[in-house]
Design a protein around this ligand. Structure first.
Ligand code: HEC
Ligand code: HEC
Length: 321
């Protein structure tokens, strides 16, 4: 009984805030942005862009998790769950493709997806723009920074501009590459780097400054049964793309787990164990890349070294002292 009362009270409280669809009446006063990036930051953190004003981009892309989430599948409006893991929204400035299947080719275009997605923010873009125009502060911000009232294009330009500020490079690995403070890149991480490049063949797919070659590859996580997200195939309809996913960057992994498009691995150690012996984890995978044809044969120490190398790619702002 008590519990029931509590729930009713909670629902009415939430309703007081959200059921009126009058976002301009929310009491929060926003700090005036001085640039388009700062306007984008306000929008990224503002639930005004979701149907019931409860979910912002940051509800799933959490700053403390390098703008990823720490659950396999995030919750959108009405506690609805998506079917893919939330990737980090950091270090995307140099990418060509967005989403695990690469269905979007710019950050501006990408930003429209979650706002309209029924299980994420579920708000038609035209309604989003309407709300921003009716919101006294946002209306003034857009006029000041874009010289016109809010449009879909300017809203997504602002969000994308904020996202391109989210680059990270304060890591032991970057220090080592730049010959400064090389001691923080431990002996184990150094050995791990060599394993990453050679024996474990990680570098064949994960290369470049952010460790993604921006290609679509199949590491064996599709079997058409319990693992039935066909990835890139959904976009191209080319049978060769069945089970291929965008090779993700590897920065800030310490705080972005669980891993893979479906969040199936909780820890980096599980990821490494998977690459070492994929068949032990997924039976009958379809079209797995030939780089993963044979077990890697990594020893316990080699696995630990590889893990330490991956951890050394995490920006210091995310490492607890
Ligand atoms: C309900 C959770 C949720 C919300 C809210 C959300 N996202 Fe996402 N985001 C995801 C998921 C899940 C994916 C991957 C979806 C896929 O690949 O199909 C994703 C993908 C992305 C990507 C692509 C990353 C990459 O590596 O390709 C970017 C960028 C992004 N979101 C930005 C945003 C922005 C901007 C907003 C707000 C307008 C937003 N997200 C709102 C869950 C969310
Ligand atoms: C054949 C290309 C290929 C090789 C080789 C490869 N990867 Fe990957 N890696 C990928 C792709 C593609 C994904 C995304 C798969 C998905 O989302 O289902 C991925 C995902 C990951 C992830 C998860 C990232 C995240 O944010 O969810 C980690 C960690 C990772 N790889 C590390 C490694 C390591 C360590 C090695 C070497 C042992 C390696 N990879 C070898 C292509 C490859």
């Amino acid at each position: 009984m008590k519990k029931y009362f509590f729930i009713v009270a909670l629902v009415s409280l939430v309703c007081l805030y959200n059921c009126s669809d009058k976002p301009e009446k929310q009491a929060v006063t926003l700090k005036e942005p001085t640039s388009i990036e700062e306007l984008g930051e306000l929008l990224f953190f503002d639930p005004i862009l979701s149907s019931d004003s409860t979910i912002s981009c940051a509800s799933c892309h959490k700053p403390e998790h390098a703008f990823a989430d720490n659950v396999p599948f995030s919750f959108g409006v009405d506690s609805l769950k998506g079917n893919r893991n939330t990737p980090s929204a950091m270090n995307l400035g140099d990418r060509f493709f967005f989403f695990h299947d690469g269905r979007s080719e710019s950050l501006e275009d990408q930003a429209k997806g979650p706002i309209e997605n029924p299980v994420e923010m579920n708000l038609p873009l035209s309604v989003a723009i309407d709300r921003l125009k009716r919101h006294k502060q946002y209306d003034a911000f857009f006029v000041k920074l874009f010289k016109r009232r809010a449009t879909i294009e300017d809203m997504t330009t602002a969000i994308a501009a904020f996202e391109t500020t989210l680059e990270t490079a304060d890591t032991p690995f970057d220090d080592f590459m730049g010959d400064i403070d090389t001691a923080s890149f431990t002996a184990s991480a150094k050995r791990g780097r060599i394993i990453f490049n050679d024996k474990a063949k990680c570098f064949d797919c994960h290369f470049g400054p952010d460790f993604t070659a921006d290609r679509f590859r199949n590491i064996g996580l599709f079997n058409g049964k319990d693992l039935n997200d066909s990835g890139r195939y959904g976009v191209t309809k080319n049978p060769e793309d069945i089970g291929k996913f965008k090779t993700p960057g590897l920065r800030n992994l310490l705080v972005t787990g669980p891993y893979m498009h479906n969040g199936m691995f909780k820890t980096l150690r599980e990821v490494i164990d998977y690459y070492d012996t994929p068949d032990k984890f997924v039976a009958n995978s379809v079209n797995r890349d030939s780089l993963l044809a044979k077990p890697l044969g990594l020893s316990e120490t080699e696995k630990k070294d590889l893990e330490n190398f991956l951890i050394a790619l995490t920006d210091r702002q995310f490492v607890k002292k």
